[in-house]
Design a protein around this ligand. Structure first.
Ligand SMILES: C[S@@+](CC[C@H](N)C(=O)[O-])C[C@H]1O[C@@H](n2cnc3c(N)ncnc32)[C@H](O)[C@@H]1O
Length: 137
């Protein structure tokens, strides 16, 4: 209950803050495996006009907070959400999960995973793009 209350309050705070900063831009939340999710096809289906714009102007960059090697099992951390909303679990698709450890194999799989994500993003990028990744030192 302690964490439930903490995160519930935090969520409301973030929504309020976002509401005060929000601009009249189009936002879309897409779920999927970031190594192969087809952003263009999904956007095209959701909002054809925006899909066309994405095809011609492309994406100027991404900001991402990726997982690290063997630190967290995100499905477990958010197990309550999968139970509450009956979301399908995809534990085996997590990049760098705790359950795979931090050994040589895990590190190699992690490099493959993050490279796969960046390569999947790259096809949507305009010529002069920026990539911001949150990194833990
Ligand atoms: C450090 S967290 C950042 C979460 C969120 N961006 C934030 O700032 O609160 C890393 C996220 O990457 C997600 N993730 C791991 N493997 C993934 C994959 N193959 N495709 C998409 N997301 C993945 C995890 O589930 C987790 O939510």
């Amino acid at each position: 209950m302690k964490w439930w209350k903490t995160y519930s309050k935090d969520t409301v705070q973030r929504l309020l803050q976002f509401n005060s900063l929000r601009t009249p831009t189009y936002q879309s939340c897409i779920t999927g495996d970031s190594r192969n999710v087809d952003i263009a096809a999904i956007i095209e289906k959701q909002t054809p006009d925006f899909g066309k714009l994405l095809g011609t102007k492309k994406i100027n960059g991404i900001f991402s907070s990726p997982p690290y090697v063997g630190l967290i099992d995100y499905h477990e951390q958010h197990a309550y959400a999968y139970d509450l909303f009956d979301f399908e679990r995809n534990d085996d698709k997590e990049i760098g999960p705790l359950f795979r450890g931090q050994g040589k194999n895990a590190k190699e799989n992690y490099v493959q995973g993050i490279s796969g994500v960046l390569n999947n993003c790259k096809k949507y990028f305009a010529n002069d793009y920026n990539v911001f990744l949150v990194a833990q030192l």
